[in-house]
Design a protein around this ligand. Structure first.
Ligand code: ZN
Length: 137
């Protein structure tokens, strides 16, 4: 399985960053024409999700509701003090899958791929795994 990596530098405590173009470029440079791509975040306080990018308020709403669901302080035991970020990361998830056809991600009109920072600012890594399919270099 071929893997590419992109680096994401976050600047806020919590934020959603659209990484669709970075992933699109990696698919092209890998020569991957057709198959499945898994985007995987190897961190415990960040995540990845697919959602709407046309209206940036959608991402803000997602972060707002996660804040309401997962309070900053709730009698957590984890001594590092970032349990809310760990819980948000597990709720959101560490990987997404999507299809690739003719070297392009198969996404809906309004869909984009977002890196989700829950304990920034940090320097993060995102792995792009090219699975099965055809036309790999
Ligand atoms: Zn921690």
């Amino acid at each position: 399985m071929k893997t590419e990596t992109i680096r994401v530098k976050t600047s806020q405590k919590t934020e959603l960053i659209d990484i669709t173009d970075d992933i699109r470029k990696k698919i092209q440079s890998a020569g991957f024409r057709s198959g499945i791509v898994m985007v995987y975040v190897p961190h415990t306080t960040s995540a990845v999700t697919i959602n709407e990018s046309a209206d940036p308020d959608v991402g803000k709403d997602i972060l707002m509701i996660l804040d309401q669901l997962v309070p900053q302080r709730a009698g957590y035991r984890h001594a590092e003090g970032n349990s809310a970020a760990h819980v948000k990361a597990s709720l959101t998830g560490q990987s997404i899958l999507f299809g690739v056809e003719d070297g392009k991600p198969v996404l809906g009109t309004w869909q984009a791929i977002f890196f989700c920072e829950f304990d920034g600012p940090r320097s993060r890594r995102v792995d792009i795994n090219f699975i099965a399919g055809s036309g790999q270099k």
